[in-house]
Design a protein around this ligand. Structure first.
Ligand SMILES: *Cc1c(COP(=O)(O)O)cnc(C)c1O
Length: 336
């Protein structure tokens, strides 16, 4: 049994959320004197829709998820932070993070003084379900899984994620920032079956809108209601809402980019294989490659000297001498 009310922090459960001017009056009127805005300016003088209804409508239609099961954040970083704050009592509760993975889960937990339990992924960067089960305890509230995983690039196996969803009594967050590159439906279709599932996606990668800072969180309407309760009232600016709406009108363009990027990834992989100091290229379902080289620090420095910046991951567990290389344009990949 998944009992959400028992998992959420008491202060959050009992919180009376801030009620904005736009929450108190929802209709349309000719004179707004309720939000202390400047009446003399034109374009940007009104606060934006705190619930981003139009943008959510678009996302709902594309992802086939009801609006009440969608939360939008200032990047995925915001729902990551809000999930930790909603569920974890600082200094008491803990979250579980299989490593290596995206660094923000750890940073967000540390900012909130929330204890982190780590387990290693397997040598091929998949989930070690046994060690995960041996590591969680009564105070483990969240497990963060990233699939396709950053920095390794691979999808975690579907069956192992399902097993964790079934057996873990807390909330499982599946971060699908790179799911567009994987040519799979991901975990959104599982939302109705698993009340403890949260899926994160973003407009920052395949959609090409990183500057807007729009992260998307899909979950049960009950979990979404909790996030809405604790978010800053106007967390997505009007410029981001409007520009994201326009971007989402071009799904076919996004799909073409994805096809191009995947083709380029394969080409990049073929070319890298020819280079002697490349020891291993890990299989990728994302828009980057994790590449093991002879001396990562040297190679990184040489690339910098040529004006090419990749990500040195050589200090990360299981990633000794590894560089993470984002797939660029055909031109960028060739010249590199
Ligand atoms: C890039 C990335 C994100 C995106 O974060 P935003 O704040 O939405 O830009 C989320 N998760 C992972 C694993 C990423 O690599």
């Amino acid at each position: 049994m998944f009992e959400l009310e028992k998992l959420v922090r008491k202060n959050v459960l009992n919180l009376k959320p801030y009620s904005s001017a736009r929450d108190d009056f929802k209709g349309t009127a000719s004179v707004y004197l309720d939000a202390n805005e400047n009446p003399y300016t034109a374009l940007y003088h009104r606060y934006p829709d705190p619930h981003q209804n139009k943008l959510k409508q678009k996302i709902s239609a594309i992802k086939k998820v009801p609006k009440k099961q969608i939360f939008l954040g200032n990047g995925s970083d915001e729902p990551i932070d809000l999930m930790i704050r909603a569920f974890c009592e600082p200094g008491i509760d803990n979250i579980l993070i299989p490593q290596p993975t995206y660094g923000m889960y750890t940073v967000s937990a540390e900012i909130n003084n929330v204890i982190i339990k780590t387990v290693s992924l397997t040598a091929d960067f998949d989930l070690d379900v046994e060690s995960i089960k041996n590591t969680w305890d009564r105070d483990t509230k969240l497990i963060f899984l990233c699939s396709p995983n950053n920095p390794s690039g691979n999808l975690l196996s579907f069956d192992r994620i399902i097993q964790i969803l079934q057996e873990f009594k807390g909330v499982v967050i599946v971060d699908e920032a790179y799911i567009d590159f994987a040519n799979l439906p991901g975990f959104i279709p599982m939302l109705n079956q698993y009340p403890n599932l949260v899926v994160l996606q973003t407009l920052s990668k395949a959609w090409g809108l990183a500057a807007l800072r729009v992260g998307i969180c899909f979950a049960s309407s009950e979990i979404i209601a909790i996030l809405n309760k604790i978010k800053p009232p106007y967390n997505i600016s009007i410029l981001s809402q409007q520009t994201a709406e326009e971007g989402l009108n071009n799904e076919s363009v996004k799909n073409e980019w994805v096809i191009k990027i995947i083709a380029e990834r394969k080409e990049l992989e073929r070319e890298l294989q020819k280079i002697k100091l490349v020891k291993k290229i890990y299989p990728s379902d994302a828009n980057f490659l994790l590449v093991k080289v002879t001396e990562a620090k040297d190679v990184y420095q040489k690339l910098v000297e040529r004006g090419i910046i990749v990500r040195d991951r050589s200090n990360v567990i299981l990633c000794e001498n590894c560089l993470r290389i984002t797939v660029g344009t055909e031109q960028e990949n060739k010249n590199s």
